[in-house]
Design a protein around this ligand. Structure first.
Ligand code: M6R
Length: 612
């Protein structure tokens, strides 16, 4: 996730900005930059792709940029690949306004086209530069920076945290926020803005949190905050009482836990720019109705958790498109002489975009003439660059080896694509289309409800953490979801675990069920709940202990049989795995915690598998 810092005060800004950016390195980034206003040189901007060290060396630790007012940014690419030009700060055409931006400007194309018609020249591929150019446009109209910011914010749609400096304003930094965090820091030698308390904690613990719609004018001695109508607002101050080491994970004990908790926000970022007026809008891809009608086979190719997303999506896409969908392990696909040709559509799913097996499978599919669409998190990664079309999940950087928010954003993005293609094929009824769109919009809020129950999951993890072998059972979507629950558990807790389609138990595996075996029974798929119950009764009769996951609707029935029950809100069946997987992620996390495992870096595993 991108990081913002801004400073105005009685000390040189550049070293403070570089130090603040370094403290936010844990969030992950692909490029960084700073802009400082100097009495003599105006706005000076330095940007560099790669590690902060490159920027540090480029500016000699900030010593090259003289000035007491500045902004800094670490970027995680969303619009446009990671490079020096797309890095922030972005500067308006006349070079007098510089800004840093976190978030996504949803209507940037429309504004960009309008400004291009007015003669404005753009240099980057980013949505953020549009804000800088729009600001200059309005500033030229009104010659008042605060008024120009107000006008600009009224035109942009989407999410933003903004830090703005203008060569004409030697003493002031302007900040604004909507749906992207930004704090104000009150220091002794100057004042700050930051997207993350970590960036300023060395200088001050006295902070205020900006609310959506607020604009702040920060000088060395004062911070004035206004609402969207530019009416002054009083801010409550808060004292930050945690230490710097805790802050490195944003106050969370592990990156995995932080990333689990970030899921509602991550899903909102994936989804909101792609839903307009109740319709799925996928501007980034070029698949037409004629093309999809003519496709004879659809493949989904991936590894690990991304493959599990494919498993869930197979059920969902076949329902939405009424077309067969084949899910393949990338490591098997390329050696299987696959029946792929120019009439095939191949969907490739990868968080990192660098998984070697997935990349090799995609190349094999392309070699055989297939068209490829990649679902990727890391912008500019190899898979993203080589695929015919790419859709980014925009989950932000995922640092824990065990994927959580990338899985969830892949899943919801696959739902959007399935709905889009199903609609092109005329296979989804308007009612179902509307119900799924509504359900997707409500997903972040429903996920927050699930996350509010962490303590219940923690309680059950404490009960069951010392089992040696755990089975996850379920049918249909619950089975596919169980595969992910099982992988999460085994990779971070080192407990042997298997996911089975419940109906398969009696074909062999049930012989392993004995007194005390733990079975995680998944019963969230309403259409097959009765069958799920029969399987719970079946394993209970053989002495298993059962921890169940179900929906509110079935809680009472499940509680009568299972030893423990975790409940999630009932949503449209297509979306149910997005909620059901969350208690499974938390269960794996708390079990691993109880067992004293290295949660963020489990043994023998790497975040990105770039070898065969
Ligand atoms: O980056 P990718 O999505 O291509 O990675 C695929 C798998 O290596 C990955 O999902 C792995 O299974 C995760 N560590 C599971 O949490």
């Amino acid at each position: 996730m991108c990081g913002i810092i801004g400073f105005v005060g009685r000390e040189q800004a550049a070293p403070i900005l570089l130090d603040g950016l370094a403290r936010m390195e844990y969030r992950g980034y692909d490029s960084a930059g700073i802009a400082v206003r100097s009495e003599t040189a105006g706005l000076q901007v330095r940007k560099a792709k790669g590690r902060l060290q490159v920027l540090d060396e480029l500016t000699h630790g900030g010593a090259d940029l003289e000035g007491v007012l500045g902004i800094g940014h670490t970027r995680w690419a969303t619009h446009g690949e990671p490079n020096d030009i797309n890095a922030h700060p972005h500067v308006s055409e006349n070079g007098r306004i510089a800004l840093v931006h976190n978030g996504i400007i949803e209507n940037y194309m429309e504004i960009k086209e309008h400004l291009i018609k007015q003669g404005v020249t753009f240099v980057s591929d980013t949505d953020s530069e549009v804000v800088a150019q729009l600001l200059e446009f309005h500033y030229n109209e009104c010659h008042n920076m605060l008024e120009a910011v107000g006008r600009c914010l009224r035109r942009i749609e989407g999410s933003y945290a903004l830090g703005i400096i203008c060569a004409d304003y030697p003493n002031a930094l302007i900040a604004a926020r909507k749906d992207s965090p930004l704090i104000l820091g009150y220091g002794k030698n100057g004042n700050f803005i930051a997207s993350d308390v970590t960036a300023v904690i060395k200088y001050t613990r006295d902070v205020a949190y900006m609310n959506d719609g607020e604009i702040a004018v920060i000088t060395a001695d004062s911070i004035d905050v206004f609402d969207s109508e530019l009416i002054p607002v009083d801010k409550d101050h808060h004292q930050v009482d945690w230490d710097v080491s805790a802050a490195e994970k944003g106050g969370y004990p592990h990156f995995m836990f932080k990333e689990i908790m970030e899921q509602p926000e991550a899903i909102a970022k994936t989804v909101s720019p792609r839903l307009r007026d109740g319709r799925v809008v996928l501007d980034d891809i070029t698949l037409t109705a004629e093309y999809i009608q003519a496709v004879s086979r659809i493949f989904i190719i991936a590894c690990g958790s991304s493959y599990h997303v494919g498993m869930v999506s197979k059920y969902n896409w076949e329902r939405l498109m009424r077309r067969p969908v084949e899910v393949c392990l990338a490591s098997e696909f390329r050696y299987s002489d696959p029946l792929v040709d120019e009439h095939s559509l191949v969907i490739v799913i990868s968080q990192s975009g660098e998984t070697l097996d997935t990349m090799a499978a995609m190349r094999e599919a392309k070699r055989r003439g297939a068209r490829t669409l990649a679902i990727v998190n890391v912008v500019g990664s190899s898979i993203a660059r080589e695929a015919d079309d790419v859709l980014y999940t925009w989950a932000g950087p995922e640092i824990a080896v065990a994927t959580t928010k990338a899985y969830s954003t892949q899943l919801v993005l696959m739902d959007l694509v399935g709905l889009y293609l199903g609609d092109l094929l005329g296979a989804v009824s308007p009612e179902e289309y509307a119900a799924i769109v509504e359900g997707i919009q409500a997903l972040p809020e429903n996920m927050r409800k699930v996350l509010a129950n962490v303590e219940t999951v923690q309680y059950f993890a404490a009960q069951y953490f010392n089992h040696n072998s755990i089975f996850f059972i379920g049918r249909n979507l619950d089975y596919a979801m169980g595969m992910e629950g099982s992988l999460k558990l085994k990779e971070i807790s080192y407990i042997h675990s298997e996911a089975y389609a419940s109906g398969e138990l009696k074909h062999g595996t049930i012989s392993l069920i004995e007194s005390g075996t733990l079975v995680v029974a998944l019963g969230t798929y309403a259409a097959l709940f009765d069958k799920a119950m029969s399987n719970v009764v079946e394993v209970k009769a053989r002495g298993a202990e059962v921890l169940a996951v179900t929906t509110e609707e079935f809680r009472e029935r499940m509680e009568k049989v299972a030893d423990g029950t975790l409940v999630v809100p009932a949503v449209h069946p297509v979306l149910q795995p997005s909620l059901g997987v969350v208690p499974l992620q938390l269960f794996a996390y708390y079990v691993a915690l109880q067992r004293g495992c290295d949660i963020d870096k489990p043994r023998n595993l790497a975040k990105s598998v770039t070898v065969e």
